[in-house]
Design a protein around this ligand. Structure first.
Ligand SMILES: O=P(O)(O)OC[C@H]1O[C@H](OP(=O)(O)OP(=O)(O)O)[C@H](O)[C@@H]1O
Ligand SMILES: O=c1cc[nH]c(=O)[nH]1
Ligand SMILES: [Mg+2]
Length: 212
């Protein structure tokens, strides 16, 4: 698994404001959106392209065009939804599928409560969006789900990741050469409730309010 952590003072500034518990939801959403744009720029470095001829006002030349089948973006509800617009802004021709997953905060089991994805993902490049990689349980389930539909290459795009989650992915997933992970920052550890430390709290709640 290729792991890339953005190392950039502007990213670090935005993450610091995200972490601040006094940052209100509208600013939080705005910052997640801005961070995704920066993450997406890195995460799409290997997006598949095909050559395409174009005629400029001066000459004919051969350029690039996003290849078929189109990439698929999969936000993991709820919190991943906060990353969707930033990603589609960069790849407007991508398709979007949805996975609804929730972590039981007591048992840490993952419940997949919704899915709206193409049945056949054979040959697709898939970008999974989830701001938080904590124990890794959610991403492992998501990768298994997408692979069962035939997804070939999966790029996980997260804002914060814990070392425990990265290790869990490395142990829990086969074929790691076809999985990439992009993080805006890697945090220290998980606490006794499996929250990321220092983290930013519950990303879904901070984006959309407390879930009931
Ligand atoms: O790595 P893990 O230990 O699996 O934890 C990470 C998951 O937990 C959060 O979702 P949550 O279950 O809180 O759902 P929400 O997005 O609806 O708040 C977060 O958005 C990730 O999906
Ligand atoms: O720190 C954490 C861990 C899981 N989910 C979150 O939203 N935050
Ligand atoms: Mg949550």
């Amino acid at each position: 698994m290729r792991i890339k952590v953005l190392n950039h003072p502007l990213v670090d500034h935005k993450i610091t404001v995200l972490r601040d518990k006094s940052t209100p939801s509208p600013i939080f959403r705005q910052l997640v959106d801005e961070l995704v744009t920066l993450l997406a720029y890195e995460a799409t470095r290997d997006i598949r392209v095909e050559s395409r001829e174009v005629e400029t006002p001066v000459a004919k030349t051969v350029g690039s065009h996003i290849a078929s089948p189109r990439p698929l973006i999969v936000p993991i509800l709820r919190a991943g939804l906060g990353m969707l617009e930033g990603m589609t802004r960069l790849i407007p021709t991508a398709e979007v599928g949805f996975l609804g997953m929730a972590r039981n905060e007591e048992t840490l089991d993952i419940v997949t409560y919704a899915e709206r994805l193409p049945e056949d993902l054979t040959g697709r490049q898939v970008y999974v969006l989830d701001p938080m990689l904590a124990t890794g349980g959610t991403l492992i389930e998501a990768i298994k789900f997408l692979r069962a539909r035939g997804a070939e290459h999966i790029t996980c795009v997260c804002v914060l990741g814990a070392p425990e989650g990265i290790e869990a992915l490395e142990k829990g997933i086969d074929g790691l050469e076809n999985v990439d992970l992009f993080l805006a920052a890697q945090d220290e550890r998980l606490n006794e409730k499996s929250y990321i430390v220092p983290g930013l709290g519950d990303a879904g709640d901070r984006l959309y309010g407390v879930a009931h």
